[in-house]
Design a protein around this ligand. Structure first.
Ligand SMILES: Nc1nc2c(c(CN[C@H]3C=C[C@H](O)[C@@H]3O)cn2[C@@H]2O[C@H](COP(=O)(O)O)[C@@H](O)[C@H]2O)c(=O)[nH]1
Length: 366
């Protein structure tokens, strides 16, 4: 080969690596877990207590067994779509495009809430309720064509879709409109306005689907600089939870069939770090702990916030390894552990048993 041909070959290999596709076995990686371990090894404000992590692993495993926690738990939630079809895939994409920042400074009876099916829904469930309600009102909120139509889909119509039964508006409404507009444009230009085409582009790889979302959609690219490291820390929370929700909803079949689903990590939100800390598995240093207890805003992308998120990902990975080694005959992945921890934290919240608040960061990433 001439020198030029060698250079071109090397360039192609480098480009593939940069897109997260490794040459040797064509099996892509997301890089999220490696980056989580990097932050854990290099940060000084958040640590993991091994003894509590081991204990938490046992408790989590026992309760997951008791509740026979599986992919089918996803569809058992009252508001989640039940049909296993393309419309549900579009529903889940819309949901995870907007699945961020529901927390409020106001007391429970004044905070943003959606009234639907005779109940008052807050947090994540307010999003799901609003989408269900819009569809029942014949508003095509899950249709990428609608997202691009500025006459029909705009701040005013979004205020209607997400109208609250209290005085407080849904947080970051303009940012949510921006996410819809950008995604509508990308789906139109690259995937014939079809979420199913987007899923198919990953050719059955969960990691590749995360990488495609990060590559094509600015609003999914949840990566942040950390302490002078050259490459940003990849967290990819909404990209990963989208893949996980599709996998769980379709129970690993049809659009939910991914050969490498176990490469998906915990989703670094503001609820799972809260329960990991409550369990004693995550040790949050005194300065951050004080800020959380005082409900102080922790800035998106700050050193503290990146450590909270990345160390939570690493902590759930250690819990997963602990469960796997103690119970080699069962198969549990970070997704189901995460779903279980989120749902358990919500049950604790509903029962008024939150011992420490969740951290307050306002961003479109979670
Ligand atoms: N790590 C993780 N984060 C999750 C979820 C979910 C809901 N997933 C459903 C699907 C399967 C599960 O069984 C759940 O039923 C929402 N969130 C995040 O939490 C925050 C909302 O909190 P709050 O305002 O209190 O509702 C916000 O950042 C949102 O993005 C999860 O599962 N894992």
């Amino acid at each position: 080969m001439s020198d030029d041909e060698v250079d071109l070959e090397l360039l192609a290999i480098l480009r593939q690596h940069l897109q997260g596709v490794s040459i040797k076995d064509e099996e892509p990686e997301t890089g999220v877990l490696a980056d989580a371990e990097y932050v854990y090894d290099h940060g000084i404000d958040v640590a993991i207590d091994m003894r509590s992590t081991k204990r938490a692993a046992e408790t989590i495993y026992a309760q997951m067994q008791e509740k026979s926690y599986s992919t089918s738990t996803w569809s058992s939630h009252e508001l989640h779509p039940k049909a296993k079809d393309e419309a549900t895939a579009a529903f889940i994409f819309t949901m995870d495009l907007l699945n961020f920042s529901f927390w409020s400074e106001l007391p429970d009876d004044e905070r943003f809430a959606i009234e639907y099916k005779g109940k008052r829904w807050t947090g994540y469930w307010s999003l799901v309720a609003a989408i269900q309600r819009a569809l029942e009102e014949d508003i095509p909120i899950t249709d990428p064509h609608y997202w691009q139509n500025e006459d029909e889909c705009n701040l005013e119509s979004l205020r209607h879709v997400f109208r609250s039964c209290t005085e407080e508006e849904m947080p970051l409404l303009q940012e949510r409109l921006n996410c819809l507009r950008e995604s509508g444009n990308v789906l139109y230009t690259k995937y014939e306005c079809s979420v199913v085409n987007l899923i198919s582009a990953a050719k059955g790889s969960a990691a590749q689907l995360v990488n495609i979302l990060a590559r094509d959609f600015d609003c999914f690219r949840d990566e942040h600089p950390f302490e002078g490291r050259k490459a940003p820390i990849r967290i990819m929370k909404r990209a990963q939870i989208f893949v996980a929700d599709i996998w769980a909803c379709f129970e690993g079949k049809s659009y939910g069939e991914f050969r490498d689903i176990d490469k998906i990590t915990m989703f670094a939100d503001y609820r799972v770090p809260q329960i990991l800390s409550t369990l004693g598995a995550l040790y949050i240093g005194p300065q951050i702990d004080a800020a959380i207890r005082d409900k102080k805003l922790i800035e998106s992308g700050s050193r503290w916030e990146i450590q909270l998120r990345a160390c939570s990902i690493w902590c759930v990975e250690l819990i997963r390894r602990e469960i796997q080694s103690a119970h080699p005959d069962t198969h549990v992945n970070a997704i189901l552990i995460d779903f279980f921890l989120y749902d358990t934290m919500k049950e604790m919240e509903a029962a008024g048993k939150e011992s420490i608040p969740h951290h307050r960061t306002r961003s479109i990433w979670y």
